[in-house]
Design a protein around this ligand. Structure first.
Ligand SMILES: Cc1cc2nc3c(=O)[nH]c(=O)nc-3n(C[C@H](O)[C@H](O)[C@H](O)COP(=O)(O)O)c2cc1C
Length: 177
């Protein structure tokens, strides 16, 4: 059944869903946690994101969404490539640091090294992906960023860091799987 939004103007405008309701519903969705990093004008930049997703196998594409108000986005946008650092179960502090303003996110105790093309790679993560900018689009109050994966470095079957109901946690495999 197709319901025309024209006949439901209150739904079309999104007024039926308050931001509080939206946030509470989305909090039920558990996500993996990544830190997106880049190097611009000789300085490292990065932010924590749960909006990361795979997009395409051929070509290999991934995506994330960044808030239009992000102070890190101008550096990410200007960089010629970026890295995706997939965080491991014991890296909640790192995730919190890369979501905090007013701190040097790359200072101790953060441990990182320059990657093959220069973007910072965080130590002890579950995987690194190095990406070239492929597409961006303005979507609502965020910017969709699609990257072409040119390097991938999985670090084995480590456990992931998860984010759910506003808290960091760990994955527990179902006993029967
Ligand atoms: C668990 C978690 C997930 C986040 N996911 C995103 C995201 O997907 N996109 C985004 O723009 N910001 C996300 N943020 C917020 C950023 O990490 C960061 O706090 C925000 O962008 C402010 O810093 P900035 O000005 O350097 O961007 C997330 C924060 C947390 C704690």
């Amino acid at each position: 059944m197709i319901i025309s939004p024209v006949s439901l103007p209150h739904l079309q405008s999104g007024l039926a869903v308050t931001s509080d309701l939206f946030r509470r519903a989305l909090a039920a969705h558990a996500s993996g946690v990544v830190v997106i990093t880049a190097q611009h004008a000789g300085r490292p930049a990065g932010l924590t994101a749960t909006s990361f997703s795979s997009v395409s196998l051929e070509p290999p594409l991934v995506s994330f969404y960044v808030d239009r108000s992000s102070t890190t986005w101008p550096s990410l946008r200007a960089a010629d490539h970026f890295a995706v650092n997939v965080l491991a179960h014991d890296q909640a502090d790192l995730a919190a640091r890369f979501a905090s303003r007013g701190v040097d996110r790359f200072a101790e105790p953060t441990r990182w090294r320059p990657g093959p093309l220069g973007a910072p790679l965080l130590q002890d993560v579950s995987a690194h992906l190095v990406c070239l900018p492929y597409e961006t689009a303005e979507v609502g109050d965020h910017i969709l960023v699609v990257g072409l994966v040119v390097e991938a470095d999985p670090q084995g079957p480590g456990r992931p860091l998860l984010y759910h109901q506003g808290r960091f946690g760990r994955f527990l495999a179902h006993p029967e799987s």
